[in-house]
Ligand binder design. Structure first.
Ligand code: GAL
Length: 374
């Protein structure tokens, strides 16, 4: 073999070697950790835009749904986005799962406000059902509706079905007959006075909204072990959380619902169940500004809930580490992941994500501690 051929051979070998090694390395460099508060990019290198969202696990993959938020302004220009991942760290953009409509007068007309979308899978119908908070275009936060959409596949596109308030004409299960008979004129009350508080506790706004249906803003969904699903939402001017049972196809409400913590001013509910106990984390109502989270617990979803102290511990625990709860995801290893949004109202698309593991103290009470990465 001549010297020239040997050199070319060596050159080709080195090229092949470096290409294989480097290529392998480049491919294996994905996101290895969850780093809350940083800019998160999808596998195409674009910034992930999926706020106020939730995640489901289906056939070996996680699907993350969230609000697509613009760089300026507060209204919805795109819709609900979807990303998929096998490891919760590397997310592939799957497109717009629910798109706003160009049709003038549509409930989800471009320029409406779509917030806090959540998706659940219905075992019986084989459909993916999305519920979300909807405000009609040009109406501010007045309509306080819930919208529902459906798809045959997790990534969609989802077909919008309808929007409206909740359970018109029906009293909550835990409003007594005596309370149902009371009448109030809400205009006569000054907010936060003892008389007003008493009226709120007894259901002044439930009664005011009885015919139109209950208001529904920040929301989440929960599917129980018996496959019954529940819609949990901030109602009654964000003063009171309500928990409403969904029909077997998850597309409507059955009329069974309760109020919890009347006047408690709880928003951004996120729920999970562990060993038969339900745990809910919520925020207070300070708009985009972070506040102290609340923990609530119950042994039956439709009944008696009790309040516990802030589940966050450590630095910035009194402001939920700068975030606001949105969802709690059960993990494959039996753990739970707390998801929150670090809102940036000056440019909502730049809002960040906080994902942290939920831990349990010696009494089995959940708590959340900041981790730089995990
Ligand atoms: C927050 C709420 C967000 C959004 C915002 C609007 O309290 O959690 O989802 O509605 O108010 O100001």
């Amino acid at each position: 073999m001549s010297k020239k051929i040997k050199v070319i051979g060596l050159y080709l070998f080195l090229c092949l070697f470096f290409q294989t090694v480097l290529w392998g390395q480049i491919n294996s460099i994905g996101n290895q950790d969850i780093v809350s508060g940083e800019v998160w990019k999808d596998t195409d290198g674009n910034v992930i835009n999926a706020h106020g969202g939730g995640i489901i696990f289906h056939k070996g993959k996680y699907y993350w749904y969230g609000e697509h938020r613009p760089s300026s302004g507060f209204t919805t220009q795109v819709g609900v986005t979807c990303y998929s991942s096998a490891d919760l760290r590397n997310w592939k953009y799957e497109g717009v799962a629910l798109a706003v409509s160009d049709e003038v007068g549509s409930d989800i007309e471009k320029g409406c406000i779509i917030e806090r979308p959540k998706v659940i899978y219905n075992q019986k119908t084989g459909k993916f059902v999305m519920w979300f908070h909807l405000e009609l275009k040009g109406k501010g936060y007045g309509p306080a509706r819930a919208g529902v959409a459906i798809s045959d596949t997790p990534v969609g596109p989802y077909t919008f079905i309808r929007s409206g308030r909740i359970n018109p004409g029906v009293y909550p299960m835990n409003m007594t007959l005596e309370e149902q008979k009371l009448t109030w004129n809400p205009n006569e009350y000054e907010w936060w006075t003892p008389e007003w508080r008493e009226a709120i506790n007894k259901g002044m706004f439930v009664k005011r909204d009885l015919e139109s249906g209950q208001m529904s803003r920040d929301m989440t969904l929960f599917v129980d072990e018996d496959d019954k699903a529940y819609h949990i939402y901030s109602s009654e001017e964000n003063l009171t959380l309500q928990i409403a049972e969904l029909s077997d196809d998850y597309l409507s409400h059955t009329g069974k619902y309760i109020r919890i913590f009347p006047g408690g001013h709880n928003e951004a509910p996120a729920i999970f169940k562990k060993d038969g106990t339900y745990w809910m984390v919520a925020s207070g109502c300070t708009g985009w500004k972070p506040n102290e989270a609340r923990l609530m617990t119950a042994s039956s979803i439709l009944g008696e809930w009790s309040q516990l102290p802030n589940p966050c511990v450590g630095k910035n625990a009194s402001i939920t580490f700068g975030g606001q709860s949105t969802y709690i995801l059960p993990l494959k290893d039996g753990g739970y992941m707390f998801m929150a949004d670090m809102w940036r109202p000056s440019s909502l698309e730049d809002s960040r994500y906080i994902w942290l593991p939920i831990r349990f103290d010696e009494k089995g009470i959940p708590f959340i501690e900041w981790l730089d990465k995990w």
